[in-house]
Write a protein that binds this ligand. Structure first.
Ligand SMILES: C[S@@+](CC[C@H](N)C(=O)[O-])C[C@H]1O[C@@H](n2cnc3c(N)ncnc32)[C@H](O)[C@@H]1O
Length: 162
């Protein structure tokens, strides 16, 4: 009994503590995931970087399209869940347990994220510093202040960094 309570409290704390450095866990809906991947318009073999990869549903959808995916996720419970969910596509999916504000991001052709308004300018600066060439960003729900989206569909904003 004590162990169960301890585990329950630990899991709640893990989900709660993430809000100190980013958005809480809230999954993107299927329609928006498909819309975002359609808008990114990548070819099989190209790579999507997902910042805050949650339970792995976006990575799974991307992998099913033949894309390579790198997810960066801070919550270890979600890292394990997403690892299991994407197991079948383990040759295409890599999951990094870290804060996306920490290590240098791996190279990618596009980024998907679902953050919060207060992080969007910081995200913009990080993308500009990190990218070596053109890159697309699909942001669910939130815009980048001062940057014009190339498209918007169903609450997903597409940005093209050239
Ligand atoms: C709004 S949820 C989106 C989850 C997933 N991308 C989706 O769209 O279904 C945000 C995710 O980012 C993770 N997160 C928050 N801050 C983070 C950080 N600094 N580094 C890595 N992951 C973070 C949370 O644990 C959560 O899983």
């Amino acid at each position: 009994m004590f162990l169960l309570v301890f585990l329950g409290v630990a899991i709640i704390m893990l989900f709660g503590m993430v809000v100190l450095v980013g958005p809480p866990y809230l999954p993107t809906l299927r329609r928006q995931i498909d819309g975002a991947l359609d808008m990114l318009d990548l070819r099989p073999g190209q790579t999507v970087l997902e910042l805050g990869s949650g339970d792995g549903r976006v990575m799974l959808a991307a992998a099913k399209r033949g894309l390579r995916v790198v997810g960066v996720e801070l919550n270890p419970v979600l890292v394990v869940v997403s690892y299991l969910i994407t197991w079948k596509y383990r040759n295409q999916v890599r999951i990094i347990w870290a804060s996306y504000w920490g290590p240098r991001w791996p190279e990618a052709d596009a980024i998907f994220t679902f953050m919060l308004p207060k992080y969007m300018s910081k995200l913009d600066r990080r993308i500009e510093k990190w990218r070596k060439g053109p890159v697309k960003l699909a942001s669910f729900a939130f815009i980048i202040p001062g940057r014009e989206p190339a498209r918007e569909q169903g609450g997903v904003f597409l940005y093209e960094y050239k």
